[in-house]
Design a protein around this ligand. Structure first.
Ligand SMILES: [Fe+2]
Length: 301
C-alpha cells in the first residue's frame, strides 16, 4: 500500500528499496505503481525538452523519438518502447534497480541491452538529477539506440570490456593488474562520458547534440551549443581518455565527432590502444573507479 502512495519517485520508491535489499539488479517495471505525480514529471520534462530537441538535437535522435512513439503525457512502458526499438537495431531497454557495476553495464551493451532506471525525478525538482532516472535513460539514451551506426558503436564499446579482462588476465603481478585495470576502466568511463553522455556532432545544419546527458537536460542542451563558456574541440582520443570531468555542474569542455561511423572507428582505436598498453596509465583524477566496478571486471578473470 505504501508503495502505491509514494509511486516510483527517484530516491523515494519503496519498490526499489526492497529490490535493492533483496540484491535484485534486474527487475520488472511495475507500471501500476507510477503515481499521477510521476506521470506529471514526465509530461513536464517532455514538454520543456521537445522544442529544444528540435533546435539542438542531431537528426538521428529526432528520428528515434518518432520511431519509438514516446507518449508525451505518460511515463513509457518499457515493453512498448522495446516493441518499436528491438526490430530496428536489436537493442532493448532492460529495467534495473539502480547502479550497475562497470563490467556488467558494458557487457549489457555488448548484448544490445541498455540497463534502464524506472524511477523518475520529482516534478518540483525537474532540473535536479542526483542519479539517472527514466527520463534520462528513455528520453535521453534510448532514441539514440534506434540508429544502426550508433548502436554498432555501443556494441563495439561493450566488447572492449572483454578485451580489458583479457589484458588483466595476462598480468601476473596482483598490484600491477589492479593498477592497470583501474586505469583502463577510468579511460573507458572518460570515453563514454565525452561521447555517449556529452558528445557533440558536426552536421550540415551546424553543431548538434548527441550525448544523452545533454539531451535530457533542459538547461545544458542549450548551454552546450550556445554558451561562450564551453570549449568545443574535435575529439582526440588521447585527450578524451586523459581528461578528468566533474558531474555536478555544466561541462566546460565538449568533444565533437564527425559522424557515428567516426565514433565507431574511435571505439576500434580505443581497443587497439588498450592492447598496446596506452590505456594502462592514463592521467589520474575523475572519475574515481570504485571497488564494485573493479570487482566486476576481476570476477571475469
Ligand atoms: Fe546516461
Amino acid at each position: 500500500m505504501e508503495a502505491v502512495a509514494t509511486g516510483l519517485t527517484t530516491g523515494e520508491a519503496p519498490f526499489i528499496d526492497s529490490a535493492r535489499s533483496a540484491g535484485q539488479l534486474y527487475i520488472e517495471q511495475p507500471y501500476h505503481l507510477y503515481s499521477p505525480e510521476n506521470h506529471n514529471a514526465w509530461r513536464l520534462l517532455f514538454e520543456r525538452l521537445s522544442p529544444r530537441w528540435e533546435r539542438y538535437a542531431n537528426a538521428h535522435f529526432l528520428k528515434g523519438v518518432g520511431s519509438l512513439c514516446l507518449d508525451p503525457l505518460h511515463v513509457p512502458r518499457l515493453d512498448d518502447v522495446n516493441r518499436f526499438l528491438n526490430p530496428l537495431t536489436g537493442f532493448r531497454a532492460r529495467p534495473v534497480s539502480g547502479y550497475v557495476p562497470a563490467f556488467v553495464f558494458f557487457d549489457c551493451l555488448r548484448n544490445r541491452e541498455f540497463p534502464t532506471t524506472i524511477t523518475i525525478r520529482r516534478p518540483d525538482h525537474l532540473d535536479y538529477l542526483p542519479e539517472p532516472d527514466i527520463f534520462h535513460d528513455v528520453a535521453g539514451h534510448v532514441p539514440m539506440h534506434t540508429d544502426r551506426n550508433f548502436a554498432e558503436a555501443l556494441v563495439r564499446f561493450g566488447e572492449c570490456a572483454h578485451t580489458a579482462v583479457e589484458i588483466a588476465a595476462g598480468i601476473g603481478d596482483h598490484d600491477r593488474r589492479l593498477e592497470t585495470l583501474t586505469s583502463v576502466i577510468r579511460a573507458m568511463a572518460r570515453f563514454f562520458w565525452f561521447t555517449v553522455e556529452f558528445g557533440l556532432m558536426r552536421s550540415p545544419a551546424g553543431l548538434k547534440v548527441y550525448g544523452s546527458g545533454l539531451l535530457s537536460s533542459f538547461g545544458e542542451i542549450a548551454h552546450a551549443i550556445d554558451s561562450p563558456d564551453v570549449q568545443r574541440y574535435p575529439i582526440q582520443l588521447e585527450w578524451a581518455i586523459n581528461q578528468s570531468f566533474e558531474i555536478d555542474h555544466y561541462q566546460p569542455l565538449l568533444f565533437i565527432v564527425d559522424s557515428f561511423d567516426h565514433l565507431f572507428s574511435l571505439v576500434g582505436q580505443l581497443e587497439e590502444w588498450m592492447k598496446l598498453g596506452r590505456l594502462s596509465n592514463v592521467a589520474p583524477g575523475e572519475p574515481a573507479v570504485n571497488p564494485h566496478d573493479l570487482e566486476s571486471f576481476l570476477e571475469r578473470l
